[in-house]
Design a protein around this ligand. Structure first.
Ligand code: NAD
Length: 671
């Protein structure tokens, strides 16, 4: 069976995860059965789905009506007097794919899988959302273990992009492929876990990280505020480990860690979590955990000052997590890209764990682990053989140009809001206000303009790539700058922004926009001024200005219709809807869509290709196209002839013709 043949999906268990998974499947266009033990739970689940869909609709991400999506979900009561119902058997027999999300008990899951195996069609795949039970043991209850697989979603499924796909001992490659494709059709980013290890990728790495943080407090390195501060401010994480534990529930960490340990994850569990668990101080939900909250269930951001963590070395917490990641990689449990993707999308880390290791130096990670081992005597801190081998081979990371990744010789210039990375013949301009989703402030635009001027003069640079850090390319103009300004001032700002975008549109070197995430409002207007747009699968694009009462002010009403046609431009501008990258590609708003981990290399490949072309001819082509489009065809043709003729005065044409005749690759200089 292939993913194309899946028409109906049955989600069993309509609790926290099940109802969210059913919503995701229905949004992707599938017919969905949602099964649970009674009507009441199902009614409740459907209400929650409807509420969530209406929120997504308000945000402009739902491309059809809430009712149309709801109509695809059919509830099924699956238990009566302790027996599975006939309705359930029928629903199973009509489904091509099952996703189980019932409580985390092996006996319950095995019982369900046995029944599902008896009633589902032969081609059907049976997936489990288990966080900690062995897929192989769940599969053993069926006669089709090759069609049983782990499909681990993150909470809440409609918002969390990551799905870990886990092979059991007998899972076939075909089942893996179908499940992977289905996760993609759900709009998710799947990562593959090739061996059924407890905790898969995310929970194993998180387990080491949380445990190390907790032991740092027990060993007196600093209190929980100091550790949280070091992780937040020195590593740039969205939350410190104790803040995160409180937010998600200390019981969740306690149970996951316990379940992993029972299945052979070797670690010395830190007593602090158990103490909090036993004292029922579970974090935000009970009003107290490591921090105090205004009331149970009411969240208030804990006060974590930057200075508190000054003396804490964050590496003593990160290094054990890197060690775990190295183990997963060395044992071929997951690929390097998938491990980095998993921590970024599953845990919201600002960089992949291997990217961090390369940045701090693999040797420094090994030294930190050795120090921890010496202090504790624990084997879990023994540096993984892969890390030791890398140190021996001099693969230390950024500083030696090679670590987990390879690094071109780059020079970096940091400004307040942007980073300029010189990698001749390419220059990257990285919008760098990640906490503000790279909102375009007056200052940022000024820095961008200056950077473009500098790079225009630099003969070594042939192509410029613009991208963003974090979850956004740019989520738009910085609206805080709009408060209280006069209409006249607003018109002037709009003109200034437009001028910058003209500078990009008529820049004398090709400009590639590498759209890594949200690309909205002014962000999209910026992207449209470039020559090419390559987008990550995770990108969302739109002109949402209408939702706050105005219209695009930096070329959105002009460049968008030129790119996608009048009707589509009107639809985007009038509705303010956001569209995912693949849809943007269909209407010509972006040129190519690639997985997030490939965005940088795709942009670089295109840039290097352009960098080999004659710069003056590129410039002439660009001007002829743009200026020609804005005039009548006679003027456009005259422009083309003029540029065509002008190029005959350049050395590059002589070089191009000579190289052609001599059958060699030309070397263009831009003269
Ligand atoms: P939950 O308790 O919220 O929901 C479980 C649902 O299953 C309940 O509605 C219950 O009535 C129903 N149920 C119980 N027995 C059933 C049966 N025989 N048939 C049909 N329905 C039955 O649990 P949850 O948090 O949604 O977790 C479900 C699974 O997902 C677990 O395996 C868990 O480990 C995993 N998981 C949970 C999270 C999370 O953050 N909660 C994240 C990833 C994976």
């Amino acid at each position: 069976m292939s993913a194309e043949n899946i028409k109906r999906i049955i989600v069993v268990g309509a609790g926290t995860m099940g109802h969210g998974i059913a919503e995701v499947a229905a949004m992707a266009g599938y017919e969905v059965y949602l099964a649970d033990i009674n009507d009441e739970i199902l009614k409740n689940a459907l209400e929650k789905i409807k509420w969530s869909l209406s929120k997504l609709s308000e945000k402009g991400v739902l491309r059809e009506s809430v009712d149309a999506v709801m109509a695809r979900i059919k509830p099924v009561v699956n238990l009566k007097d302790g027996q599975y119902t006939e309705d359930f058997a029928k629903a199973l027999s009509e489904s091509d794919f099952m996703i189980e999300a019932i409580p985390e008990r092996l006996d319950l899951k095995q019982q369900l899988f046995r029944f599902a195996d008896e009633h589902m069609p032969e081609h059907a795949v049976l997936a489990t959302n288990t966080s900690s039970l062995p897929i192989t043991e769940i599969a053993s209850a069926t006669k089709r273990p090759e069609k049983v697989i782990g499909m681990h979603f993150f909470n809440p499924p409609p918002l969390m992009p990551l799905v870990e796909i886990i092979k059991g001992a007998k899972t076939s490659e075909q089942t893996l492929d179908v499940t992977f494709q289905l996760a993609k059709k759900f709009g998710k980013q799947p990562v593959v876990v090739h061996k059924d290890v407890p905790g898969f990728i995310v929970n194993r790495i998180l387990g080491r990280f949380m445990n190390a943080a907790c032991w740092a407090v027990v060993r007196g390195v600093g209190d929980h505020v100091a550790v949280d501060s070091a992780i937040k401010y020195k590593l740039g994480f969205p939350m410190g480990p104790f803040e995160l534990a409180d937010y998600s529930g200390i019981d969740v960490f306690y149970y996951v860690f316990k379940a992993m340990s029972e299945r052979g994850f070797k670690a010395n569990p830190c007593p602090l979590f158990a103490e909090k668990f036993e004292a029922k101080e579970l974090g935000m939900k009970t009003g107290k955990g490591f921090y105090q909250y205004p009331a149970p269930g009411k969240y208030a951001r804990p006060n974590i000052p930057k200075e508190a963590g000054e003396k804490v070395d964050p590496l003593i917490i990160l290094a054990p997590a890197v060690n775990e990641a190295a183990y997963l990689l060395r044992e071929n449990i997951a690929s390097k890209d998938d491990i980095d993707k998993a921590v970024k999308l599953g845990l919201g880390w600002p960089k992949g764990i291997f990217e961090f290791a390369d940045e701090f130096g693999v040797d420094t990670i090994v030294e930190t682990l050795e120090k921890l081992k010496k202090e504790t005597g624990w084997d879990e801190y023994e540096p993984d053989p892969l890390l030791k081998q890398m140190v021996q081979e001099g693969k230390l990371g950024r500083k030696t140009g090679k670590g987990f990744y390879e690094y071109a010789a780059v020079e970096e210039r940091k400004k307040e809001n942007i980073i300029i990375r010189l990698e001749p013949p390419i220059a990257w301009i990285v919008l760098n206000r990640p906490k503000k989703l790279n909102a375009l402030s007056v200052k940022l635009l000024a820095e961008l303009g200056e950077a473009l001027d500098e790079l225009e003069e630099d003969e070594k640079i042939r192509v410029v790539i613009i991208t963003g850090t974090g979850r956004a390319f740019s989520a738009g103009a910085d609206v805080t700058g709009f408060i209280g300004i006069s209409p006249f001032k607003a018109a002037i700002y709009s003109r200034k922004f437009q001028e910058l975008l003209f500078k990009i549109e008529y820049y004398t070197k090709p400009v590639i926009m590498a759209i890594n995430g949200f690309c909205l409002g002014g962000g999209l207007e910026l992207a449209m001024a470039g020559d090419f747009r390559i987008a990550s699968e995770m990108a969302m694009l739109g002109q949402p200005e209408i939702n706050i009462g105005f219209i695009p002010g930096a070329g959105g009403t002009q460049r968008l219709p030129r790119l996608v046609g009048i009707s589509r431009a009107k639809e985007l501008i009038y509705t303010g809807d956001m569209i995912p990258a693949h849809e943007a590609a269909k209407i010509g708003l972006v040129d190519k869509v690639v997985p997030p981990e490939k965005l940088e290399s795709e942009a670089r490949t295109l840039a290097l290709k352009l960098a080999e072309k004659p710069p003056l001819a590129l410039l002439a082509a660009k001007y002829a196209i743009h200026m020609g489009l804005e005039s009548n065809i006679w003027t456009g043709m005259a422009l083309e002839s003029t540029f065509f003729g002008l190029l005959f005065s350049t050395d590059d044409v002589a070089e191009g013709v000579a190289a052609f005749l001599e059958k060699r690759k030309p070397k263009f200089k831009g003269h």
